[in-house]
Design a protein around this ligand. Structure first.
Ligand code: DHB
Ligand code: FE
Length: 289
C-alpha cells in the first residue's frame, strides 16, 4: 500500500522564482528567505518521496474565466512550465504520475468529491516556485525534479471558492485514496500559497504576522478547529490573496492524526519571513509519527 509520510507547506511568490532564475539568492534582500529553506532542501534529499501530490492554485494561467474548476487533478505524463508573460521559467518540465493520479481521481470521485480531470495543462508559479524552494536550482535542459509530481489545482481566484472544511475533508479523502493504491510507495503532500498578502486595492501590501503565526499554530495543533474558519476571516485578517491558505487544509487533512489514534505530526521545520515581494512567507514540514 502507498502511504503519505509527510506534508510540506509553503508560500509561493513569483519574485522568489525570478530571484533564483536570475542568480540573486545571495543578495541582502533575498538571502534570509532562502536560508529558511536550507534545512528543507537537505530534508528533501534525506526523505526523498516517490511522488509529491502538490496542491496549488493556478493564477488564470492554465484556466481563465472561461472555465473555472474548483478542484482539478493533473493526470498527464508531463506538465510544462507556463509562460506568465516573461517566457516560461527556466526550470525542468514536471513529470507526472498518471497511474497514481488516475487512481486518486477514481477513489476521490467515488468518495463524492467531483474533481476535474486535466490531461493537458501548463503549471504556473503556484507550482514551480514551491518546487524550486524545496529542491533548489535545476538545469532546465539536463536537470530534473527529484520525483514525479501530481499537480492538484484549487480555485482560490474567482469566488465562490471552496471552504476550509471542504478542503480539509478532501485531504482526508486523498489520504484514503493513496492508502488504497496497490504499490508500496512513499507520497508527500504539499499545501502551497498564502500567507498574508493583498495585491490590490486600498489595503495592498497588507501583512499580518501575528495572525499568520497563529494560523501555523492552529494548523499544527488544531486543524479540525481551523477548518471551520470562514472565508471572511482569511480575507479580513490575511488580505484578499490570504485566501490561498485554505489550500493548506487539504494537505493537513491528509495527515494520519486527523482520523485515527496517531499523535500530532512531528514539526520537522518551521519558518516565517517578511518581506518577499508583497507576501509573508510561511513554511512548515510535518512528518507523520
Ligand atoms: C505575489 C504573491 C502571489 O501569491 C502571487 O500569486 C503573485 C504575486 C507577490 O507577493 O508579489
Ligand atoms: Fe498566488
Amino acid at each position: 500500500m502507498a502511504r503519505i509520510t509527510a506534508s510540506v507547506f509553503t508560500s509561493h511568490v513569483p519574485a522568489i522564482g525570478a530571484a533564483m532564475d536570475m542568480g540573486k539568492t545571495q543578495e541582502a534582500y533575498w538571502a534570509p528567505l532562502f536560508k529558511g529553506y536550507d534545512f528543507s532542501r537537505q530534508w528533501m534529499k534525506d526523505n526523498k518521496p516517490d511522488v509529491v501530490f502538490l496542491v496549488y492554485n493556478d493564477h488564470a494561467t492554465a484556466f481563465s474565466l472561461d472555465c473555472i474548476p474548483t478542484f482539478a487533478i493533473g493526470t498527464a505524463a508531463e506538465f510544462q512550465p507556463a509562460d506568465e508573460g516573461w517566457g516560461p521559467r527556466p526550470v525542468p518540465k514536471v513529470v507526472g504520475h498518471p497511474d497514481l493520479a488516475s487512481h486518486i481521481a477514481q477513489s476521490v470521485i467515488q468518495q463524492d468529491f467531483d474533481l476535474t480531470i486535466v490531461n493537458k495543462m501548463d503549471v504556473d508559479h503556484g507550482l514551480t516556485v514551491p518546487l524550486s524552494l524545496m529542491c533548489g536550482e535545476q538545469d532546465p535542459k539536463t536537470g530534473s525534479w527529484p520525483c514525479p509530481v501530481i499537480p492538484f489545482a484549487v480555485n482560490v481566484v474567482q469566488y465562490p471558492v471552496p471552504t476550509g472544511q471542504r478542503c480539509f475533508n478532501l485531504g482526508r479523502a486523498i489520504r484514503k485514496a493513496v492508502e488504497s493504491y496497490d504499490q508500496d510507495i512513499n507520497v508527500h503532500i504539499w499545501g502551497t500559497g498564502g500567507m498574508s498578502h493583498q495585491l490590490q486595492g486600498a489595503r495592498a501590501g497588507l501583512i499580518n504576522k501575528e495572525w499568520d503565526n497563529q494560523f501555523l499554530d492552529l494548523l499544527i495543533e488544531n486543524p479540525h478547529g481551523l477548518a471551520q474558519m470562514p472565508h471572511i476571516d482569511y480575507v479580513r485578517e490575511a488580505g484578499s490573496e490570504g485566501i490561498e491558505l485554505v489550500m493548506w487544509l487539504i494537505a493537513r487533512g491528509a495527515m494520519s492524526d486527523v482520523d485515527g489514534p496517531a499523535p500530532l505530526p512531528k514539526v520537522a521545520h518551521r519558518f516565517y519571513h517578511v518581506p518577499a515581494s508583497n507576501t509573508a512567507v510561511g513554511h512548515l514540514i510535518l512528518e507523520n509519527q
